[in-house]
Design a binder for this molecule. Structure first.
Ligand SMILES: Cc1cc2nc3c(=O)[nH]c(=O)nc-3n(C[C@H](O)[C@H](O)[C@H](O)COP(=O)(O)O)c2cc1C
Length: 374
């Protein structure tokens, strides 16, 4: 476990983040989260202070195939209020990346991110995601294709884990890809300090992140792994020296984490968690955005898993979680909200422990990456 800074920050200077020509107002951003960081989640995070968000990963072929129709509207949907926003691609064959890059740029994504991190077995079996960490030549070819296909003013970035495993060869491959990707013009690299083999077990190595930042010098590195609270975000910035951090599981059901981290960055104490009425307003907005985006049937299913995560900020978290689990229809879901959020009691910060961040879908990169989208 990484010790969290719970006091107001005293001294360390932390700069704002730039990704190529794109200025990001604060170095604490919303990570790509398959099955979660869709348009409604991104908009909620953005409205509550996330300066930059990443869309859930999309398969390169999927992006090209769904160029029209309802699925395109759902997945390739970018609105004015969310800029800057990143779109993330995953695939096997370098040839498929250029048309997909063009499509994401047309859709309005400001940054194109390449996924070299997904650890799910089926993805690795299809030579996608984290598999590329074992083949630097192919990985770098993909980087070149994406960089060539994107307009020069659209930054390209990479997301990697720290290797396939802990072997020396994995480490060599990591640095070959990191340096080679920067040489080919990527603007920033996000490093998740777990190996592919590790999946989500055990801690993310922040020592490794510190080492990577020292190696990278002026080149932009973002860190990932074990950011379960605003204080964790500040700790990672201070302890590793990375230029920015990407909040993943810690942002699901806690979009307030960005405003709380901003307060700590300003040297202020950690704000109180939102009261139940403040939570209810945001949760309802999230539901309404999801309904408008997907229709009520699909939104109902999606909001069940978000409700379960939002419940962690309720003083009776277990009871409320169980109530969201049991809600089968949108009406039942709203009844949970009406019943448990009726009195404006103080909320609580979610527990800042990895084991408490148990997240459905965390064993994979979620459903979008399958060949046929949900
Ligand atoms: C459910 C889930 C879905 C994820 N989907 C993606 C994804 O689409 N793209 C990506 O680069 N990383 C994805 N990740 C990895 C996260 O962005 C992040 O690197 C990882 O969860 C470590 O951070 P954490 O320990 O703070 O959660 C996913 C993680 C989880 C748990």
């Amino acid at each position: 476990m990484h010790t969290a800074t719970t006091q107001a920050r005293q001294t360390t200077r932390i700069d704002n983040l730039r990704i190529g020509n794109t200025a990001i107002a604060m170095p604490i951003v919303q990570a790509a989260l398959s099955g979660y960081s869709d348009w409604p989640m991104r908009v909620v995070a953005r409205r509550l202070g996330a300066p930059y968000t990443l869309c859930e990963v999309m398969l390169d072929r999927f992006v090209v195939e769904v160029s029209k129709g309802g699925k395109a509207r759902q997945y390739l949907h970018v609105t004015d209020e969310e800029h800057p926003v990143g779109g993330q691609l995953m695939g096997a064959d370098p040839d498929d990346f250029a048309p997909a890059t063009t499509r994401l740029v047309e859709a309005g994504f400001d940054v194109i991110d390449i996924n070299f991190g997904c650890p799910v077995k089926k993805v690795l079996g299809r030579c996608r995601g984290g598999f590329h960490l074992s083949q630097p030549n192919v990985a770098l070819e993909i980087v070149s294709r994406v960089r060539d296909a994107a307009p020069i003013d659209v930054p390209v970035t990479v997301k990697m884990r720290r290797g396939i495993d802990d072997d020396a060869e994995s480490r060599d491959n990591f640095f070959e890809i990191l340096d080679g990707a920067f040489d080919r013009g990527v603007a920033a690299i996000t490093v998740h300090g777990r190996t592919v083999r590790q999946r989500y077990n055990g801690p993310s190595s922040w020592d490794f992140l510190r080492h990577v930042k020292q190696h990278a010098g002026e080149r932009t590195i973002l860190g990932s792994g074990d950011l379960f609270s605003a204080a964790n975000c500040i700790s990672m910035l201070e302890k590793t020296g990375v230029d920015g951090v990407t909040v993943a599981r810690g942002a699901i059901g806690n979009p307030w984490v960005f405003a709380h981290a901003a307060a700590l960055l300003r040297g202020e104490p950690l704000p109180a968690p939102p009261t139940l009425h403040a939570q209810r307003e945001v949760i309802r907005t999230h539901f309404d955005l999801a309904t408008g985006h997907y229709g009520s049937k699909r939104a109902g299913g999606l909001m069940r898993k978000f409700g379960i995560k939002y419940a962690r900020m309720h003083p009776e978290s277990v009871k409320v979680r169980d109530a969201f689990v049991a809600a089968r229809t949108p009406e039942e879901w709203h009844a949970v909200l009406d019943r448990h959020y009726r009195d404006d009691l103080p909320g609580q910060h979610p527990p800042a422990l990895p084991e408490a961040a148990e997240t459905p879908g965390a064993e994979g990169c979620g459903p979008v990456v399958t060949d046929k989208a949900r």
